[in-house]
Design a protein around this ligand. Sequence first.
Ligand code: NAD
Ligand code: ZN
Ligand code: ZN
Length: 337
Amino acid sequence: MKAAVVTGFKEPLEIRDVEAGRPGPGQVLVKIEASGLCHTDIHAAHGDWPVKPKLPLIPGHEGVGRVVELGEGVSELSVGDRVALPWLASACGRCRYCIAGTETYCVNPQYMGYTIDGGYAEYTVGYASHVVRVPDAVSSIDAAPITCAGVTTYAALKAASPQPAETVMVVGIGGLGHLGLQYGRVFGARTIAVDVEDAKLDLAEQLGADEIVDARGDQVARVAAVGGADIALVTVPSPRAMQAAHACLNPTGRLVLVGLPADNTLSIPVFETVLRGIQVMGSLVGTRNDLADCFALHAAGRTKVVTETRPLESVNECFDEVLAGTVPARLVFDFTA
Ligand code: NAD
Ligand code: ZN
Ligand code: ZN
């Protein structure tokens, strides 16, 4: 099968003909139809984070396709079912975090496209327990970005408990942020969209943001002028963007860190954090239930997924475009073209 493979950190990916995996007990083999390019895949290929992925690696945790083979003991899925293969490839189901319904913080997880091979391939092996069914009303191209960008921002906002009269500021209107902005509205909040690219600011306006703020100007003053933010969802992998977001928060505000910069250190003022009762929190993807919610919201017409499709062969150019900030919102590799 054709796959895009990371052979060394910061090396271009290689398009290779590799043997498709076979599903072991509890696993399924999925023929991929669409696979989204998350910025995390670039961090993985660059070895940006303290915990490195396996090498060689087939990245991708927004793969969507049909089950073509069942491993031993799989009864919850059938051949032909259409499923998504999210970042949380499997969780133990037994640790206190799994039992509490916070399985993304499992102490013994597998991560799709990081600790195991992911969706940048014609076939991917997933765990039957953790793939998520895609409703018929959701196309595979739309389902792909929802599988990470969607569920991540949905769960991050949920963790910050947005209230109807509050303001959610989404910083970075890329793959994650363009969906985060829409979930802010779904949760009933007023929204502020922040980016540094004209095209992303235009997109935010089209998606119904109540306020648009260009971070190339004085973001803190602009946000203050429109009443400040109660929740700041920061999808930009930049400590500076996180600091600016912190400074935009109203008393009792929540700074939700989602972007994962290679520079792993964030400095924030203690005095302002304490005197304003600000909470700083992190959020990692979302649970299977969260992803099912996101698919249901999309099927009900509550969200719009903005994509451009590409062939897998263009993966290296696609990485460059995402880093340059010139892509519409999400690039999706289309395996059916
Ligand atoms: P993306 O490249 O599509 O989006 C980033 C956006 O930030 C772009 O629109 C860009 O123009 C904008 N931007 C850049 N600098 C800015 C600034 N100073 N102020 C405001 N906007 C700015 O990336 P993505 O796929 O949305 O991923 C974003 C980050 O989230 C990555 O670090 C990724 O690894 C991380 N991520 C985290 C989780 C999680 O579970 N926590 C899940 C998925 C992705
Ligand atoms: Zn992702
Ligand atoms: Zn667990």
